[in-house]
Design a protein around this ligand. Structure first.
Ligand code: F6R
Length: 262
């Protein structure tokens, strides 16, 4: 794992957007795992800007989203389908048949989860998985005590996650209590992971995930087991980390980050 601390949220998002665009330029057929949420909005708007300037081409990119609410119409404004369309897909030249999001309206949810895993495998696995982190330490919607080897499945959301997201719904009671989510094991199978966290509200959980023990109580801590995981935080989200000097020293000495150094 490596931890990159940027001065503010904008610079953290810029680094992540640059990293994604760079990986797509290196491999135009990149298979990218996508996350939703407020943190990612800026990353997607930066990617759209890059696309409009001709700096990145999504024509051959394949995507798999981490999760979707169960029982919410796909065109409901709070569905992750709608989020992805609003923030990325309809602004770039990605082919809709190469974008995948779990169908939370499927009659056979178990079949949907198995088919999702199968489709990921059929595409050769995920090359680059983008992740946010929730207050419960979830990645995707892998809430506490998610098995570290779990695969795509249905999962009940915690009261804390409901509180975190309910205000986004016009009627907070309409927020679904369950979701389909890639499992922790599915995420760990990706070739590269990038977790982005910004703001002081994320500081305590980021420190537990990065510097605490690997535990199913904090799904993001499982990323310590991933062979290539980059955690990108702003100064606020880095606020509870203990070894920041070491992380900064590593950042200064890694050739990959040379162009981001001041
Ligand atoms: C959503 C997802 C979640 C979010 C997390 C952070 O697809 O995977 O794990 O990344 O809840 O959400 P924000 O960015 O809204 O704090």
């Amino acid at each position: 794992m490596e931890v990159i601390i940027r001065p503010d949220a904008d610079e953290a998002c810029t680094l992540v957007a640059d990293l994604i665009a760079g990986e797509i330029r290196n491999n135009p057929k990149l298979v990218v795992g996508l996350a939703t949420g407020r943190t990612m909005e800026r990353v997607y708007s930066l990617l759209v800007k890059k696309y409009k300037k001709g700096h990145v081409d999504f024509a051959h990119v394949t995507t798999f989203n981490l999760d979707e609410y169960i029982g919410l119409a796909l065109d409901h404004p709070n569905s992750f389908h709608a989020y992805m369309d609003d923030h990325l897909f309809r602004h770039v030249n990605i082919h809709s048949e190469r974008t995948h999001i779990p169908n939370g309206e499927a009659k056979d949810l178990e079949g949907e989860c198995l088919a999702y895993e199968e489709t990921i495998r059929g595409c050769g696995g995920i090359d680059l998985q983008l992740l946010g982190i929730g207050q419960t330490g979830h990645i995707g919607f892998n809430e506490p005590i998610s098995a570290l080897r779990s695969r795509t499945r249905t999962k009940a959301l915690t009261p804390q996650t409901l509180k975190q997201n309910a205000h986004l719904f016009d009627d907070p009671d309409a927020m679904p209590r369950r979701a389909i989510t890639m499992g922790v094991g599915t995420i760990l199978d990706s070739k590269r992971c990038v977790l982005l966290a910004t703001g002081e509200k994320k500081a305590a959980i980021v420190a537990k995930a990065v510097e605490g023990p690997v535990t199913s109580m904090i799904s993001a801590s499982a990323l310590q087991l991933h062979p290539r995981c980059t955690v990108v935080v702003d100064e606020e989200a880095a606020g509870c980390l203990e070894n920041t000097e070491y992380y900064r020293w590593l950042f200064e000495n890694e050739p990959e980050w040379e162009r981001f150094r001041r």
